[in-house]
Design a protein around this ligand. Structure first.
Ligand code: HEM
Length: 455
């Protein structure tokens, strides 16, 4: 357990404010959000009730105008109704067919881990920026979309990463957040136009990559999400269905969802984890000792090793809990709801506050500390925690959860197997800043890290 309090150092901590409000008004309360009313769910019990037990009542996606401008009720993240239902079902089944959470993707992740280790090794123990830790996860998603990986300095790869980065920053600026509440501000805020421009650029790149991928002949019925989607599109045209769902518009929108879901989230969590490992070297050492004694330093970790590496698995989960990259995601009531003693009208914005569950003191022994023991029993065995809401729960639960879990365990364990991570010379563990930067996600601030190969 770390001696330092995690959240005592986090300035402007909205969660603490919300907990104070919940103490005064109860775990479900409303406030005015621009001209609209929003209902907030605070803590484990309230969120479980809303997201799991009453998931149909609170299962629509709430509006995020800056992103709705380009998704226009397509894809999965930001859509509702029939298009969401059909596209989500299709996405989940294709990702499963492509091996999400199973051996084919495991093999791909382990291969990508070697490339990441080589990129880190090239710094020869000298400091490198956290950006390097961002490079591996996108290639897993890109493989599912385009059927290939990219070398890290490939200009198209770099351009896609840069665009995603610019989008994540610009969707989350204070001005963009104001625009989301008051869309009338569109004439005064630069972000909506900037975001649309980058989406346009990204779509042009995607179209070229889809075309290139189509030219590769393969025996399999489909090799990528894109191929499976286009086959569906062709069948829909033949069947002449009126409400077409498998359109190019929806392909671009759902590919964007996979890119955002599959790059920013996992990569940012890896960056957080390495920061925590530098900050709490005794925890890093304990994880490394476990790896050395159980699988050694040569054979890459496998997914089934999670059963014999409980401490590493706990570190990956605790990194996610403390990183808390999505504090909440807006939901919406699809119809009038009579819930407990409340009447919540159709179309009300509801905010399940994941952070309030991940920091709920009734569920976590030391919610404000980085403490892998949260996920271990007295015998050191891994325990699943129902209050682990990093991926949300219920109807809108993250569509890439099993992929993300596998990536995080394998990348984090594989990195700790090969390297010891320390702050650059002249920087102490106390100097390491674990306050987040709030963009669309909660990111760690810029940092540099040294990686020393383990013998
Ligand atoms: C550390 C990694 C990840 C975290 C923490 C994460 C977290 C989340 C959260 C909190 C939501 C919103 C749920 C809600 O509205 O209640 C979400 C939705 C989603 N995620 Fe993830 N995610 C991760 C990785 C991924 C990956 C790897 C993919 C796909 C390859 C993905 C695809 C999606 C999609 C498509 C949705 C929209 C689901 C819907 O609205 O029906 N995510 N994720």
């Amino acid at each position: 357990m770390s001696g330092k309090t995690f959240y005592s150092t986090v300035k402007y901590n909205i969660i603490n404010i919300v907990f104070q409000l919940a103490k005064k008004y109860g775990p479900i309360f409303s406030f005015h959000f621009g001209s609209a009313k929003a209902v907030v769910f605070v803590g484990y019990e309230a969120n479980k009730e809303a997201l799991v037990n009453a998931h149909y009542s609170f299962g629509d996606r709430g509006p995020i105008p800056i992103a709705d401008n380009f998704q226009q009720n397509h894809g999965v993240f930001l859509s509702n109704g029939e298009i969401w239902k059909v596209t989500r079902r299709f996405m989940l089944s294709i990702l499963r067919d492509l091996g999400m959470g199973k051996r084919p993707i495991e093999t791909r992740i382990i291969e990508e881990l070697q490339f990441l280790c080589e990129a880190i090794q090239a710094y020869n123990g000298k400091p490198f920026a956290k950006k390097v830790l961002y490079l591996a996860a996108p290639n897993i998603t890109f493989g599912m979309l385009f059927g290939r990986r990219f070398v890290y300095d490939d200009p198209t790869f770099q351009r896609m990463i840069t665009i995603m980065d610019e989008l994540v920053i610009n969707i989350g600026t204070p001005a963009a957040k104001c625009y989301n509440v008051f869309p009338i501000l569109k004439y005064f805020v630069k972000e909506p136009a900037f975001v649309m421009d980058r989406i346009h650029q990204l779509n042009e790149i995607l179209k070229v990559l889809f075309k290139e991928a189509k030219e590769v002949k393969s025996e399999a019925s489909f090799r990528t999400y894109t191929e499976a989607f286009v086959q569906k599109e062709e069948r829909e045209i033949v069947a002449d269905e009126k409400e077409k769902i498998f359109t190019e518009r929806n392909l671009l929108a759902s590919a964007f969802d996979l890119m955002l879901g599959g790059t920013e989230t996992t990569s940012t969590t890896i960056q957080w984890c390495i920061l925590f490992m530098m900050k709490y070297p005794h925890i890093q050492k304990k994880a490394q000792d476990e790896i050395k004694s159980v699988i050694g330093l040569e054979r890459p970790p496998r997914w089934e090793d999670q059963k014999v590496l409980p401490y590493c698995l706990a570190v990956a989960h605790e990194a996610q809990r403390c990183a808390n990259i999505f504090q909440f995601f807006p939901h919406f009531t699809p119809s009038d709801v009579h819930y407990k003693d409340y009447f919540i009208p159709k179309g009300t914005l509801t905010i399940p506050l994941f952070s309030s569950v991940l920091n709920d003191e009734t569920q976590w022994e030391t919610p404000n500390q980085f403490n892998p023991n949260h996920f271990l029993d007295a015998d050191g065995k891994f325990v699943k925690k129902d209050a682990f809401y990093a991926f949300s729960k219920g109807r809108r639960v993250c569509a890439g959860e099993s992929l993300a879990r596998m990536e995080l365990f394998l990348f984090i364990t594989g990195l700790l197997q090969k390297f010891t991570f320390t702050p650059p010379p002249g920087v102490s563990t106390d100097d390491l800043d674990i306050n987040p930067v709030a963009v669309f996600t909660m990111r760690p601030k810029s940092y540099k890290v040294c990686a020393t190969p383990r013998q």
